[in-house]
Design a protein around this ligand. Structure first.
Ligand SMILES: [Zn+2]
Length: 176
């Protein structure tokens, strides 16, 4: 079984307070990939960066004092184009990477997972964090990054994250 993880395609990261340069370009490409998974009945999980009003008191908030993805605000919502597909589960996480996400996958799908594919933003923060956790959690599962369906904080940091992921034996692919 193949699982798709769409990382943090939320308004704040696309058009809002922490918008990633050119990230809206990848929305139609991700939509196509999600539709493909939907057609084949394969699981899709949308992660949502999720903070509370006390964000600025967290370590992340102290290092990055830009309020974003406060639960139940517009910026926290998945962008309309992907939200409207109405396919896939949502997983809220309060930091970059989530161990719980992969614990849940293990519980739900046990040993039936052959491949976990990542897309979304930002390549160099939440995509890399979760892909590396997935690789540690499932050493015998292929971990794939769709490079054309991710964007980094900068092009340079995007490429350097992909290079790190490749060093860690993740598979970098253009399309699914
Ligand atoms: Zn955040």
């Amino acid at each position: 079984m193949k699982i798709l993880i769409v990382v943090d395609m939320q308004n704040d990261f696309l058009t809002g307070s922490l918008k990633t340069k050119d990230a809206t370009e990848i929305i139609p490409k991700i939509k196509k990939v999600v539709e493909e998974y939907k057609k084949n009945g394969m699981p899709v999980i949308f992660t949502k960066d999720t903070h509370t009003d006390s964000y600025l008191l967290t370590q992340e908030g102290k290092a990055l004092p830009v309020i974003h993805c406060i639960k139940n605000t517009y910026g926290w919502e998945i962008c309309d184009e992907l939200k409207n597909i109405n396919y896939g589960e949502v997983f809220e996480k309060n930091t970059f990477g989530s161990i719980e996400l992969f614990e849940n996958l293990k519980k739900q799908y046990n040993s039936n997972i052959d491949e976990i594919t990542f897309c979304g933003v930002c390549t160099d923060i939440c995509v890399v964090s979760n892909a590396i956790i997935a690789k540690a959690y499932f050493p015998e599962v292929k971990i794939v990054i769709l490079e054309d369906c991710t964007k980094g904080v900068t092009e340079e940091s995007h490429l350097s994250a992909l290079s790190t992921l490749k060093s860690c034996q993740c598979i970098i692919r253009k399309e699914c």
